[in-house]
Design a protein around this ligand. Structure first.
Ligand code: SF4
Length: 383
C-alpha cells in the first residue's frame, strides 16, 4: 500500500545536511579535544542530551543521559540553554522541540538517525485506521502512542483525547486510557488503540491481567486492519502491527542457552521484546528499570540483558562492574540508526554553533506541535 511520506522521510529528503569532508578523517584524540573545546566555548548556551543506546565516544559528552522519558522531562525543564543537541534518534529530538521553550532550538547531529519502529506508523495510515474503527463500531476507543513515534502521530493522539507513553509508564498510561474509554461509553474494561509497538502494548497489558484473547492486532496494510467487527468488539486492546527491529532479535532459544551456561544467572529484557521472550525472562522493564535492577543486584550476580548493546556494555563495565553482565544475543544487538550519531557529527554541529550556524535543526510545525504537546503533557502530568 502506498502511503504519504513520514515526517522523518520528508526531513531526510528535504533538509538533511551531510557531514562536510573536513570532518571525516580526524583522530579520536583531536575529535574529543575539539568537541570539549566547542562545548566549553558554548558554555550554558548548549545542553547535550544522550540516550543510553548511544556509543561511548558520544555519550561521554552528554550533560544528561537517560531513556526517552527522562530525556523528555529534561527537555521540558532545562529552558536556560539556547540549543539542545540531542544525541538520540529523530522522534526524541522532535519530542524535545515540542516540549522545549520557544527560544530554544533542537539539533539532531545526523538527521538520518531515525527509528524503524516509529516509521511503521504513518499519519495517513492512522487516519484510515481511525475511520475504519469507527465504521466497525469502536467509537469509544482512546489512542495511546509510544513516544517512539513521529510528531504527527502524537499530534493525532493529542487531538483525539489520547496520550503518549514510554516503556517506564506504559501501565499507568494504559489504565488512564481505559478509564477514559469507559467515560466515552466503552463496555467492560474499555478500548485502547496502542501504537506503534505491538510488543510493548501486549507485554504491558498482559502483566495488568488482560488476557491475550482480549487483544487484537491491527495490520495497517490490510483493509479494516485485517479484523472483523466481532474481533474489534471483543478487544480491550487493539495493537498496531509495529515492532522494534533491535529488540525482536532476542529469542527464547538464547535464554535457554544462557541458562544452560549459567544455571544461577538471571535474564532481564526490555518490553519491546516479543511476548514469549518476556515470559521466559526473569525480569522485564524499561531501560532505566534494567539499569537499576542490575546495579542493585548482589555482587557476583550473573545477568543476561536483552537490550541494545551499548547499554549492555556500559552496564558491564561501569554501572555494575562487580557482576557478570552479558548480552542475551551473542552477536550483540545494535541500533544502527542510533549509531549514526557519530562524534564527527557532534563536533560538526557544536563547532557550527560556535560560528553561529545551526545545522540539522529539528522543528515541528504548528498546529502539529501544539496537539502533540497536549498528548505529551498528559503523560508528563501523570509522572
Ligand atoms: S532500539 Fe528500536 S525502538 Fe529504539 S530507536 Fe532503535 S529501532 Fe527504534
Amino acid at each position: 500500500m502506498v502511503h504519504a511520506l513520514t515526517e522523518f522521510e520528508k526531513t531526510q529528503i528535504g533538509e538533511r545536511q551531510p557531514l562536510p569532508e573536513r570532518y571525516l578523517r580526524l583522530s579520536d584524540e583531536e575529535m574529543a579535544a575539539r568537541i570539549q573545546a566547542a562545548k566549553d566555548a558554548l558554555g550554558s548556551r548548549v545542553v547535550i542530551l544522550g540516550h543510553h543506546y548511544q556509543r561511548d565516544e558520544v555519550i561521554r559528552f552528554a550533560d544528561h543521559i537517560g531513556d526517552s522519558l527522562k530525556l523528555a522531562q529534561v527537555a521540558a525543564t532545562k529552558t536556560a540553554a539556547d540549543f539542545i543537541v540531542f544525541c538520540g534518534v529523530h522522534f526524541m529530538a522532535e519530542s524535545a522541540d515540542i516540549l522545549s521553550a520557544p527560544h530554544q532550538q533542537v539539533i539532531l547531529p545526523d538527521l538520518a538517525a531515525g527509528c524503524s519502529m516509529a516509521d511503521m506508523a504513518a499519519i495517513d495510515q492512522l487516519e484510515v485506521c481511525w475511520n475504519e474503527l469507527s465504521q466497525l463500531g469502536a467509537a469509544s476507543v482512546v489512542p495511546v502512542t509510544y513516544i517512539n513515534s513521529a510528531a504527527a502521530i502524537k499530534a493525532f493522539c493529542g487531538e483525539h483525547g489520547g496520550i503518549v507513553c514510554t516503556s517506564t509508564n506504559a501501565a499507568k498510561v494504559m489504565e488512564w486510557a481505559w478509564a477514559r474509554s469507559r467515560q466515552r461509553g466503552g463496555a467492560g474494561r474499555g478500548k485502547v488503540l496502542m501504537l506503534p509497538d505491538q510488543h510493548l502494548g501486549r507485554n504491558t497489558a498482559f502483566t495488568m491481567g488482560v488476557p491475550l484473547d482480549q487483544m487484537a492486532v491491527w495490520d495497517p496494510n490490510e483493509p479494516f486492519g485485517g479484523l472483523t467487527r466481532e474481533q474489534v468488539a471483543a478487544a480491550a486492546l487493539i495493537l498496531w502491527k509495529g515492532h522494534c527491529s533491535v529488540h525482536t532479535r532476542f529469542s527464547v532459544a538464547q535464554i535457554a542457552q544462557f541458562r544452560k551456561q549459567h544455571p544461577d544467572g538471571r535474564v532481564i529484557v526490555h518490553p519491546e521484546c516479543t511476548h514469549d521472550v518476556v515470559q521466559a525472562a526473569d525480569e522485564s522493564g524499561s531501560t532505566e528499570f534494567i539499569i537499576r535492577t542490575v546495579k542493585n543486584s548482589p555482587k557476583g550476580s550473573v545477568w543476561a540483558v536483552g537490550t541494545e548493546i551499548h547499554l549492555v556494555n556500559r552496564l558491564a563495565a561501569d554501572v555494575a562492574p562487580d557482576r557478570l553482565v552479558v548480552t542475551l544475543d551473542p552477536f550483540g544487538c545494535l541500533c544502527s540508526t542510533m549509531f549514526r550519531v557519530s562524534p564527527n557529527h557532534l563536533l560538526w554541529t557544536l563547532e557550527g554553533l560556535v560560528e553561529g550556524k545551526v545545522y540539522n535543526r529539528i522543528a515541528v510545525d504548528e498546529p502539529q506541535k501544539s496537539f502533540a504537546r497536549v498528548a505529551l503533557d498528559r503523560m508528563l502530568e501523570m509522572a
